[in-house]
Design a protein around this ligand. Sequence first.
Ligand code: ATP
Length: 309
Amino acid sequence: MAVIEVSHLSYRYGRVDALRDVAFSVPEGALFALLGPNGSGKTTLLQILTGLRRARAGRVRVLGTDSVSLTIHQRQRISYIAEGQRLPGWMRLEQLEAYLRPLYPTWDEALASSLRDRFGLDRARKIRAMSRGEQMKAALLCALASRPKLLLMDEPFTGMDAMVKDDLVRGLLDCAGSEGWSVLLCSHDIGELELLADWVAFLDRGEMRLSASLDDVRARFKRVEVTLEGPAVDVSPRAGDEWLAVQQAGNRVSFVLDHRDDVPPEITLRGSFPRATRLDVRDATLRELFVALATRHRSERSAEMEVTT
Ligand code: ATP
């Protein structure tokens, strides 16, 4: 079953097309990473999923219901941490927990207490006296203690040091991962997402370029490094070659291969590079994939603009 199903979703701010014909789904239990450059529409998409914005066109179903018609009971099973989430600074953490507890019938006091210990948070402390990292941990504690079916997080790692990021990722994995809760998070911290996610989507200028399980992504996108024999000659892809972000320095060529057929990539590449003295092929990292997809669509767009001008 899918906890989120989106099809033909479009959204405009005045003359700005923020989302264009977006389609994807999030399977139940997925740790789903939404990637995209600045301004690609991630926050807008999350706001539509939570019902804070109404889609202008398309179908958006969350927990099996239209996102603007979610019942109170369904909303109680969704936690959302917004970008730059602010908590009431004048409250102590224990007051915030006491405020939230009756709003969520599934609130789990034992889980709240264990997360407090694990994150090293003092419940008697005023929130405004906490550092940004501690406040984000407090926000995650509150989001997880209600045992959500679906957790939506917008840039949870922004401005956090490596230790805090690590704590947040482990806390999330231990709770959501082991309990099978569904999580959708967007972040520019690709390294953290690589540790967390088992599904990934890539949004670019309001269009969904890719949405797949990480296993499928790893099977499809390969990082290739080739060393050529003899003097350097410029290498360029032939028609039908799906090479992304090609870089060449002398007789060394590297790129991300979008490999979609059943033939092993090494065999296809041997045909393309008969003069190779060395051919290294490995799964592309999410960072390499992010850069490759973003540059592919940038260059396609510039080519389109050149044709139209
Ligand atoms: P970032 O990674 O920088 O947070 P994002 O992927 O979350 O960006 P959005 O904030 O959803 O992107 O913005 C998508 C597009 O919509 C951008 O072009 C942005 O300028 C535009 N936009 C966002 N909010 C508004 C608004 N309130 N009014 C007008 N345009 C907006």
